[in-house]
Design a protein around this ligand. Sequence first.
Ligand code: NI
Length: 396
Amino acid sequence: MEITTKQIKQEVEKIIPEIIRIRQHLHAHPELSLAEFRTSEFIRSQLKSLDVDILPPFLKTDVIAILNADNGGKNVTLRADIDALPIQEQSNQIYCSKNNEMMHACGHDGHTAMLLGAAMILTNFKELVDGSVRFVFQPGEEIVAAGRDLVASGALEEPKPSAVLAMHGWPGYPVGAICSKSGNFMAAADFFKIKIVGKGGHGASPEKTIDPLLTASKIINSLYLIPTRKFNALDSVVISIGKIMGGSNANVIPDFVTMEGSVRYFGKEVGEKIPEYFENVIRSECNYSGAQYDLNYERPYIPTVNDERVVLQCREYVKDFIGEQSWVNVKNPVMSSEDFSYYIENNPGAMFFLGLGEGWPDLHTDSFDFNDKALKNGILFLVVSTLGLLKKNNRV
Ligand code: NI
């Protein structure tokens, strides 16, 4: 690959102006989760000129294309997310969002543009592609975790991937740096709602009531003991209740209380145990007080756990083909979550951060913008990693 690396770099260099145009076009026309109709239409129109098979959508607004579909051999799957957030952009750029209260504040415009770039380069160097490549443009990453539905709908079944990769632009790292670690990389996020139904009454005669406030307070205490008494300190389980509603008067015990909160953790086994512990705590406290309860516990984001071999291989490709200084070993996982976790739940794969610059505005803020200077390394990374991972003698 030594000779062609130079050619690949030149080709990437050549398409950068076009990729920047695409990125800024996407930025100007953001669409919210599962309503990415114009975005997916645009992606489709870009892919049409390339030598790939475009599949019919699995959900409504996903676009999946395969290069060398009939090639057999290994498959590398590359995933970008395409949706935007309900935020009003603050920007003076000419490509500022044209859609009210919609903004690419998580850089998915950059992810989409880079994946289109990788598709252009890989189809160009088709003879070097020793297997097939699946390009996944995924809708609904924010809030709805549509990646889970896409994987469940069989989008990754034929062919089965030997490796799945994704990149996320990340402020705080040097521009164009490729950053990752093996194992736990991004946290799982669970969300819960609890309704405690008691029997209201006069504040002067609590013995005649079933006080849902007292039951709720005991439940909070018991739930907050789960991390320290049911899990190892290193499991990093965080339970937080962020909303409690109940009662309206100083001297009236209310009929019911509602509580909402979230749970963060790393480790699949840990996550599988938590809903049961919740149920046990709430049931026993309600049994004691005589209250009824309703627990709604959802687990939209499982932890993103990177495959060690994939990370180590890709680190070698970065060092060999992009430059030693472009690789950053990430020390600690982050507490934010990603539905890419579902792609690599049962397939080897990894998520990588792409440095957008130190001091760059944070993700999910109204002043965020993808850094176009990072696009080149992002595309290069996707291309050289794909070619490397597809090689027959590769262990992945
Ligand atoms: Ni994102």
